[in-house]
Write a protein that binds this ligand. Sequence first.
Ligand SMILES: Nc1ncnc2c1ncn2[C@@H]1O[C@H](COP(=O)(O)OP(=O)(O)OP(=O)(O)O)[C@@H](O)[C@H]1O
Ligand SMILES: [Mg+2]
Length: 374
Amino acid sequence: MSLAEVQRGTPPANKRAQALSIRGLNKWFGSNHVVKDLNIDVAPGEFLVLLGPSGCGKTTGLRIIAGLEIADSGGVFLGDTDVTQVLPKYRDIAMVFQSYALYPHKTVAENIGFPLKVRKVAPAERDAAVRDAAAQVHMEELLERYPRQLSGGQRQRVALARAIVRRPSAFLMDEPLSNLDAKLRGYMRAELKHMQHELGVTTVYVTHDQVEAMTLAHRVAIMDGGVLQQIGSPREVYDNPANRFVAGFMGSPPMNFVEGEVSSGRFESHGVSLPVAANGNSAVAGGRAVMGFRPEDAEIVAPGTGLFDATVYAAELTGDVTLVTVNVGEESLSVKMPKEYDVDFDSTVAVRFPLERGFLFDAGSGQRVDGAFV
Ligand SMILES: Nc1ncnc2c1ncn2[C@@H]1O[C@H](COP(=O)(O)OP(=O)(O)OP(=O)(O)O)[C@@H](O)[C@H]1O
Ligand SMILES: [Mg+2]
């Protein structure tokens, strides 16, 4: 199978895959309202990534779906079944945690087979299922080893195999790759993506890593402060962020923001003055606004030939690109340039990007004003 096929963004067909829905979930810890009226529908076989900063309620949301935490209100549905009151072990859901918690005194085979043993599956059938699950994660050669004899990535694969051996209706994964080093994380990301393609199990995957979200998800649900901010394909969320929070969260380095005002059909800030379309002018006329653009949409050009002039603060070769940091007014902005690009620090340059690639946000609400720059 080609990489292109693996990365194709449509959920694979799997007749066993179930839809997963959460309806109006609320959760308080004391006076701390950590999940606020959360509604999400995951399609059968879909890989949904729950993305957000630390403390925004991702793990709590996932634990409510698994039944490990009780919501104060709202419901969880698997297919047509309301599982809100069903004990975790009777929900047909497997969970993989950040700390993969293998049994140290059991072999790889025993670890993988444990969920079936608990369910009293006959040994012959169990062995076949273990070999099958181990093959899915390329661990069939290491079945007799103990966890201490495995690398971090291999342990993580055992944890995944233990989750898939049951053929559950849905997977829940809470930052399963965060304990791995960067190289292994990249490798396991591709493995996970491939596994999802092969198995087509409905999955909710929690991370605060937006690169993981972009690469793995059919759709991303972005949370902040217990509130769902936006849900959509990685491309939709990246190209059409609903608000400043989402715009700033997706993308590396993040979107550049310039604070200013909209008046008389122009966005004005220190050193920046851009024409705003009628739409943007009426939405925030006379009000404080934030202009945004992505580092990869912009380029550095000769002074006087861009949208605004700026001073070079630093240029860093990061491998495939040169990241140039420039200052304009109070703001520090990033621009991605080709790796061959070289520039003197402190020199005056200009920044240019296609105006229709610019974003405008209401400074108060953070909401994006659609079609503000055309
Ligand atoms: N058992 C608990 N008792 C009290 N407060 C809790 C409990 N579990 C979580 N919280 C609080 O609820 C909020 C959400 O926590 P949660 O673990 O869901 O965040 P998260 O998005 O998973 O963060 P991270 O990315 O750091 O894992 C936090 O403010 C946290 O301190
Ligand atoms: Mg968490």
